[in-house]
Ligand binder design. Sequence first.
Ligand SMILES: Cc1cc2nc3c(=O)[nH]c(=O)nc-3n(C[C@H](O)[C@H](O)[C@H](O)COP(=O)(O)OP(=O)(O)OC[C@H]3O[C@@H](n4cnc5c(N)ncnc54)[C@H](O)[C@@H]3O)c2cc1C
Length: 457
Amino acid sequence: VERIVIVGGNAAGMSAAARAKRVNRDLDITVVESGAHVAYSICGAPFLISGELREASGLVHFTPEEFQSQRGSRVLAETEAVHLQPGLKRLEVLCRRSGRRDVLAYDRLLLATGYKPRRPRIQGLDHPLVFTLARLPDALAIRDLVDAGQVRDVLLVGGGYIGLELCEALRRRGCRVLLVEESESVLGTLDRDMSEIVARELRLNGIELALGSTVGELRKTQDAGRIAALLQPAESWSTVNLVLIDIGVEPNVELAERAGIRLGRSGAIEVTERLETSVFGVYAAGNCAEAFNLVSGRCETSCLATVASKQGRAAGDNLAGRLARFGGHVGTSILRVFGLEVGSTGLNTSQALSCGFRADAVKISAPVAAAYLPESTQVTLKVVFDRSNGRLLGAQAIGPRGVAARINVLAACLHQRQTVEEAAQLDLAYAPSFSQAWDPVHVAMHAAQRVMAGRAR
Ligand SMILES: Cc1cc2nc3c(=O)[nH]c(=O)nc-3n(C[C@H](O)[C@H](O)[C@H](O)COP(=O)(O)OP(=O)(O)OC[C@H]3O[C@@H](n4cnc5c(N)ncnc54)[C@H](O)[C@@H]3O)c2cc1C
């Protein structure tokens, strides 16, 4: 019987375990997970904090026992993989409950260790009121503090998508939120003009925004329920009940690195299309591994469940001996920011320029239902393309509704390396409740065609 060991029991690891077992029921699969939970959707954590979701169990697809009995793979929860010896095909693990060390022998091993939140290099981070949000216990701890009525003022450091989702969750709980962001705009995946629409929505909903600002230090106060933060460059102190840090993530690669497995230029584990690492018999998938971006042509880190699950599934096939590849992604994401849906795919303008494309962009606003209907709202759609050949490079969309429909269509166009010309011909669904006969995607393509033809925008 072939022995498969998987390190990491969430999106990538569990997709791989389930897939490998489906392909070959005879495999002996063990999943090693350092946390108490496996197979859960941390993406739903903001809803737990906001109170829209009452029970954390709603986020958990399987308990370790359920996964074991229903999917036929052994799950060692609260067990950390501490030392990998690929030459001997052995993995040393440490059970956190008993303190016992064990050695697992394997034929093939998958690293699905995900990412960890970046932490700023400032004093005072060890204060009990400072949190990052990466795993379920973080979400539960934040929710419990808010439930206990101990949180009125919150300082959020970082305006990425998790930070923005937390803004909304905490406002729903009646908290006052100050969002501090080092750059001059929130959501770095967007062009500045699109990001300004999001910033306006945040302010309209009572979020205090300090752009171009950072936190230089955190300090205890006399009151154990409060913490002081030094805001820079203002050099002013702000006292709050909770500090949440969301300044980005980095791949969890220590185990791989210590085992001599090659990392890519991005810092994540280098993998082939079949998710093989530089060491025979060891695979990697999910946010600890590099993902090929089909638009930029570069291998990069990814921080999305969509990529992790697909890589995990392909790795599961390969672990089971069936050839499968992860062809790449185009960087598609979406989130809700109060009354707006905010989506993007591909490259924004500055990313496209830095990849060497002759990037240009058009921005249009168009209705997502016939203008004569009361439910008609506008979506703002910005499309980035290469002026030299019309190739689509990316898109960003913002509006009260209808964003996913446009972004997903354009993501498919990016997968197909379509041009503005080709996307202008797409046969998209139309009835008055959903769009106009010319969908916003067509309207944007027509604007881009005019630029290509050298006519006015
Ligand atoms: C609040 C929040 C909201 C999100 N929303 C979205 C969203 O809307 N859409 C989206 O696509 N993505 C979203 N994401 C990102 C998504 O959750 C991740 O991309 C996804 O979980 C990555 O899956 P993974 O399996 O690669 O890694 P992880 O989910 O990080 O799992 C890795 C696992 O490995 C374990 N591990 C690490 N090292 C060891 C070790 N040495 N031994 C044993 N176990 C180990 C960890 O405990 C962890 O459970 C969100 C993330 C957060 C935090």
